[in-house]
Design a protein around this ligand. Structure first.
Ligand code: SDX
Length: 436
């Protein structure tokens, strides 16, 4: 980061000493005011619950321009990556900072492919769950359990360990998600096949059975690969910040990623794709397009606590570029599958149109986000609704790892330890039981 010539001066109306704070500039995006010395100089903390105005770190991985609706991975626009690259090229880009050339791509693909199997003991963890356990509950357990198997790659401060743990996590997430799915439907697990692509292998592990040959559909394979690319990273979102904070204690990479899985599950975050599809199902069951007005009325009624799931974003105050690409993928996949008249897709587009013309949403700059259409295309691929967020976690694992490794690789990093504005009881003495 580069120091700006401009300084910030903090002055106090009670005549307290002014404080001068340096301002730093990045390559793009808002400058930052460096408050690291503020507490030492003033005895005061800043106050920013939800981190609406706080940069928690410096990063070179992903840039979002919320006003323009722009998303760049290592400088490349998401639109170009989603059309010209595949997920493993995107993983290479996020992890190492550059798109691979042919040789690097072949080597990276081979490396990931050769780590897709999980230890045979992993299957016994699943047996502890009920068959109807939510896949994200299973994934939170399985990903954390990986740390029990890889003692050779759990020292987060060892770059070699970080590298092998990154490859293992990227390679094994599809296998674990497919196992979580097979377990809930009582079917045998399918082993990875090294002659398939990353997305093709996942489809095979999900939908093949030992009883017959399973042919990977190139349309679904490409659609899934694009879904992975669109979900791969997204700056300092809640789950990425969780992974960074968790990893800052020096815990092993598997435990830190398990924390990210747990955070992503929430309906305000990665769980929104499942919630958005269930919302569309509910509107459809209630009567479809004719019931949209009634639903929107509920959303506007603050007491209803009903939100338009898949809409709104902390950063995007314009259309989420991923939502546009996801809608395009929806159209392609539904068209290829002869489902262009899919009622849920039509309902989603009608809902989007009505919302984007409604003052309530326009004034609050609420647009569709990545989760609004992703459920429709995943459902068309045959992925069950409760598995949507696990697919999001599968794809986001590379972003979490890249961000974690960037933090650990920074010699200046410290354990994250925020403070608070204390509003509890002043000091008081314990009274004996008889006098309480
Ligand atoms: C993801 O951070 C990331 O980058 C996340 C993500 C990633 O890739 O990692 O992009 C993935 O999590 C996308 C977001 C998925 N979540 C949803 O779709 C759930 C629905 N959306 C909302 O819960 C909400 O929009 C958030 C959580 C996404 C953002 O909330 P903020 O930034 O805290 O904004 P807010 O809640 O303060 O909302 C501002 C206003 C409020 O109304 P007022 O109090 O001003 O009257 O907008 C309203 C909110 O009530 N509002 C909504 C709404 N989202 C915000 N009203 C109805 N429906 C919504 N979806």
């Amino acid at each position: 980061m580069k120091a700006s010539d401009t300084k910030a001066t903090l002055s106090f109306s009670n005549g307290g000493q002014n404080v001068e704070l340096p301002i730093y500039k990045g390559t793009m995006g808002p400058d930052v005011i460096d408050i690291r010395k503020l507490y030492a100089q003033t005895g005061m903390f800043t106050y920013d619950p939800g981190f609406m105005s706080t940069a928690s770190c410096e990063s070179a991985i992903t840039y979002i321009d919320g006003d323009k609706g722009e998303l760049l991975y290592r400088g490349y626009p998401i639109e170009q990556l989603a059309t010209n690259c595949d997920f493993l090229e995107t993983c290479h880009l996020l992890l190492y900072g550059e798109l691979p050339n042919e040789g690097q791509k072949a080597g990276f693909t081979k490396l990931v492919t050769n780590h897709t199997m999980v230890n045979e003991q992993m299957q016994f963890f699943l047996r502890g769950f009920r068959r109807d356990a939510h896949p994200m509950a299973i994934m939170t357990g399985l990903v954390g359990a990986l740390s029990a198997f890889y003692h050779d790659s759990t020292d987060i401060n060892n770059p070699k360990h970080r590298e092998i743990a990154a490859i293992r996590l990227i390679a094994k997430m599809p296998t674990l998600v497919a196992m979580a799915y097979k377990y809930t439907i009582g079917q045998p697990y399918m082993y990875p096949k090294n002659n398939l692509s990353y997305a093709g292998n996942f489809l095979h592990m999900m939908f093949a059975t030992p009883c017959e040959e399973y042919k990977v559909s190139p349309v679904l394979e490409r659609a899934l690969d694009r879904i992975f690319i669109l979900h791969a990273d997204h700056e300092q979102n809640a789950s990425t910040s969780t992974v960074r904070l968790c990893g800052s204690s020096g815990t092993n990479p598997f435990a830190a990623i398990a924390a990210g899985v747990a955070c992503l599950w929430g309906p305000a975050h990665g769980g929104a794709n499942e919630a958005a599809l269930n919302m569309l199902y509910d509107i459809q069951k209630a009567g479809g397009v004719d019931k949209i007005g009634e639903f929107i009325k509920q959303v506007k009624d603050k007491n209803s606590n009903v939100k338009l799931m898949g809409f709104g974003h902390r950063v995007y105050k314009n259309y989420d570029p991923r939502a546009k690409l996801m809608q395009e993928t929806c159209r392609e996949v539904l068209g290829e599958l002869g489902l262009e008249n899919d009622p849920l897709f039509k309902l989603a587009m009608a809902l989007e149109k009505i919302a984007l013309e409604d003052e309530y949403f326009v004034s609050r700059k609420l647009y569709p986000n990545v989760d609004f259409y992703s459920g429709i295309v995943q459902r068309a691929i045959g992925i069950p609704v409760p598995l949507f967020t696990a697919i999001f976690a599968l794809a986001r694992t590379v972003g979490w790892i890249a961000q974690l490794n960037e933090m650990i690789g920074d010699p200046e990093y410290k354990i994250g330890r925020p403070r608070q504005l204390f509003e509890g009881s002043p000091k008081r003495d314990v009274q004996p039981l008889s006098r309480r």
